[in-house]
Each structure stands twice: as C-alpha cells, then as structure tokens.
Design a protein around this ligand. Structure first.
Ligand code: SF4
Length: 479
C-alpha cells in the first residue's frame, strides 16, 4: 500500500493535503464491493481521515463508512454486507467541514429522484450561499457541515429531463472544484467541474465501467484506461450503456491543479495524458538547468521527491544517492489535520546513512515547501551526519497563497514563502543555498501554457475569483 504522506509519516505535517479520492464501479450481474475496495485502496494517498463505500443491488443502497484508513474501515464481512452491481467509494481528507464521521462520504440524500449517494473531490467556494438558497427553495434541512452535502442536495432536487440537463443547471450554480461520483439505485454518474480542477478518469472492466480520481485505481483492479474526463463533462452509465455530454458553458481550456503534477497524484498515475513520474523527472531536469551548483551527490526527501531528485541527477550528471532510509514497517500515525496535532510533532521514523554522507556535498531536492518544517529537519539530519555542504533545490515555485479548491495548504501566515524572502528561508532551514523552480520551468515540465492550469498557490491568481481567507469549519459554527 502506498501512502501519499511519506514525508508526513516521518516529520511533522508539512505537506499540502489533498482533499479526497473517489471511485465508481458499474458491472451488471457482479458483486462490486471488493472491486471498489481495491480501487479505493490505490487512492489512499488522496485522503486518510475516513473512507466509505455505498453499493446498490437495484433495490436499495447500502453504505459503510468510518474514520480511518481504507484497510482499517473495511473487514471482509463489511464488504459481504455491501451487496450489489453498482458502487461508489471515497477516501477523505477534510477541506471543508471538520474531520468527523458525519462528514465521511459517500453521503446519502433523498430528493425528487429518490436516494442518491454522492462522493466528492474538491472544494465548492460558494457552498455557504447555495446552502441558504437551497434551504429556502426546497426546505432542505442540512445535517452535516461539508460542501458535499450542498452538491448532493442539488443533484437530488434539481429538476431536469435527464442527468445532463440536471448537471448543466447545477454547473451554472456551483463555483469551484468538484470531481464527483454519484449513484442512484441503478445508475452511475460521473461529473468533472467546468474548470477541470481535480482529475477524474474513465476505465473499462470486462463487463462494466469504472471512474476514479486517478488511473492507479484502474491499474489496481485490472481495468483498461480509456481517457480522462473533460472539464464540464457528465458521464452516465446505466443499463443502456454509457453516455456523455459536455456542458456548453464550460471553460474552453481547463484549469487543472498544477500541484497534482508536483505532488498529489501518485507517480504511477497518468494525469493530463502524461505519466506523473516522467513529469516529475522533467521538473528535476528544469530545476538543474535553472540553478546548477557543484556537489558530490543528489538526494531527495523520501519518498515523494525521489522522481524530481532523479531527474535533477540525470540532467546534471551528478550521482543520485539515497541518504535517508525510512522504516517501512512502522504504520502511519492517524493524524487529525488541525494545528493542535500538527504542533505535537510526529516522531521521525527513519535513519541517515551516516558513512555515505560524511564530508560530502549534497543537493537535496524537495518537491515543495509549505511551512519548511520538513526540509529544515532534513538539512539538519544531513549536517549532523557530517555533510560538508547542503544545497536545497525545490521542484516547484514558492507557495505564497492558500488553496481554495480542495487542498489544505496551511493558513497564509503559516506559509514560509509568504512571510520570508529566499535568503531568510535559506538561513532558517540552515542550507548553504536555496533555489526554487520558476513558474515558467514548472509549466515547461508539464507541457502546459499559462491558461491551462490553476497555479493560484504560487501566484495568488486563481481561475475564478475567491474569497481570500476561507474557513474550512465555516459551516460548523452554524450548527
Ligand atoms: S491553488 Fe494550488 S493547490 Fe490549489 S488548485 Fe490551484 S494549483 Fe492546485
């Protein structure tokens, strides 16, 4: 099992946290709960607070969700209970609404077209306004504090002649990031928002279909990757087959989160038609071209920065060397994502290869720096082990703004690059030199142009207007 949070397991929580992973599976005349489970297992890196699966047998929808990792939430008999040919799954990290079981997904709501189960990756930025409007329009009583409930109620109650009609009405109202898997008793519906901020892909199983946040979920269950969903696309899968429509009001070029390439997606996933591992190699290569420096070895912050470090090593001709070995048999601490717990420091679970580090000059590559806690520790570990020079290279530009589209970056004041100059950061982390990849270098690595990616956390310019300090617990206060 792969965890996104390799760095997080080792250090204090100093990485941006992805919101969620979603999956939907439709295979007539087959029990799908285990297929959903193993797909979800591959998406664990996208959220580790809670997991859930809803399954329909055509007559009723059953659901099982709990706080914890996918492997902790489901036992064999839970999957036995989830009987049916159609299912959706979700693994969650909270970006709006607290970390608690009532906000675990999938959510089930009742509306004009019966029961619906909904799983969501992203963040809706006008959820508070819509919540009030919906309460007045349909007399809905909200029971949870997440923006997903707003989406669920919209899909459950918006009139329309078919799902495409419903979806186009909803896309006019919702603002923000939403990759969705939705099911009623007989149909699977997948939706990617008109900006295409979060990923969503379609795969084919022998007798059915799968939609998932990332292609690794398809690989895990032996499905064939067909394509990524377009921005503004709605896909409906039912007994008549598969149909898709793209909302005419969508943005012509998508505004996908560029951080999916930098860090969030698994390196073995295909994002935007490219293998993420290869994109990360290019980031390392561009990083070297922009800021070369003499060194004996290149090393990476394990494990998420390894591809970027390998890319830099290849371009520079300086050998890559593992210097930090983690204990692979220590389970992940279940970390609640609030500051109280962040401050209670997670013990380091790995060791430095002292004899290979002593008296050597290093380039240390990190994929990104949020608060700087992690990189500061790495530099200090290498220095303590006798490194003669430690030069830090970061495979993304400085993070100077918060995210509003489903990623918990930290608050503005916690962002080290918001508060300090490069020189100040270099001194704070104890490095001999510090350079970041430029935005141009990043765009070159992902083969994108200025208007095909959201890069708001680097520039403060977002694809749609945002309210600058959003509170993920804003709905909690009204409860
Ligand atoms: S602000 Fe940053 S993390 Fe958020 S969607 Fe945009 S690029 Fe991704």
């Amino acid at each position: 099992m792969h965890f996104r949070s390799n760095k997080d397991q080792l250090f204090t929580n100093d990485s941006p946290r992805e919101a969620c992973g979603v999956i939907g599976v439709y295979v007539p005349e087959m029990e799908v709960s285990k297929t959903v489970f193993f797909g979800l297992f591959a998406l664990q890196h996208r959220g580790q607070e809670s997991a859930g699966i809803a399954v329909s047998n055509g007559e009723n929808i059953r659901i099982h969700s709990k706080m914890g990792l996918v492997s902790q939430v489901f036992r064999e008999d839970d999957l036995e209970y989830l009987k049916g040919f159609l299912g959706i799954g979700h693994t969650r990290y909270s970006t709006m609404g607290g970390s608690k079981i009532s906000n675990a997904q999938p959510l089930i709501v009742d509306g004009i077209r019966g029961n619906l189960a909904v799983a969501h990756n992203g963040n809706v930025i006008n959820a508070d306004i819509l919540r009030e409007e919906i309460t007045k329009e349909w007399g809905v009583t909200f029971e949870r504090s997440s923006d997903t409930e707003v989406i669920a109620e919209l899909y459950a109650n918006t009139p329309g002649k078919d799902w495409f009609d419903v979806s186009s009405t909803i896309m006019r109202r919702l603002s923000g990031a939403y990759s969705l898997v939705i099911m009623n008793k007989n149909e699977l519906i997948a939706v990617r928002d008109p900006l295409g901020i979060r990923p969503l892909c379609l795969g084919k199983l022998k007798n059915g279909w799968i939609v998932a946040s990332e292609t690794v979920a398809l690989d895990n269950i032996g499905a064939e990757f067909i394509r990524e969903l377009e921005n503004g696309e709605t896909v409906v899968i039912n007994e008549n087959g598969i149909k898709s429509e793209i909302w005419s009001g969508r943005r012509n070029s998508h505004a996908m989160c560029i951080f999916e390439h930098v860090y969030f997606a698994r390196p073995d996933s295909i994002i935007d038609g490219k293998l993420t591992y290869q994109t990360r190699l290019k980031m390392g290569s561009e990083l070297w071209k922009e800021s070369p420096i003499s060194a004996d070895f290149v090393t990476g912050v394990p494990d998420s920065s390894t591809p970027h470090a390998v890319g830099l090593a290849r371009e520079s001709g300086i050998p890559y060397l593992e210097t930090l070995i983690k204990n692979r048999y220590v389970g992940r601490t279940f970390i609640q994502p609030d500051q109280t717990v962040r401050d209670t420091d997670v013990k380091m679970k790995f060791n430095v290869l002292k004899s290979v580090v002593k008296n050597k000059k290093f380039i240390v590559v990190d994929d990104s720096i949020v608060r700087s806690t992690t990189i500061k520790r790495v530099v200090s570990l290498l220095r303590d082990a006798g490194a003669s020079e430690v030069h830090v290279r970061v495979a993304a530009p400085p993070i100077k703004s918060t995210c509003h589209f489903g990623v918990d970056m930290a608050t503005l004041n916690e962002l080290i690059a918001y508060n300090m100059t490069n020189d100040q950061i270099k001194t704070k982390i104890g490095a001999d030199s510090l350079s970041y990849l430029s935005l141009e270098g990043l765009l070159k690595s992902v083969e994108g142009s200025e208007n095909t990616y959201c890069r708001g956390c680097f520039t403060g310019e977002y694809p749609i207007p945002v309210q600058l300090e959003m509170d993920k617990f804003s709905f909690e206060k009204n409860e």
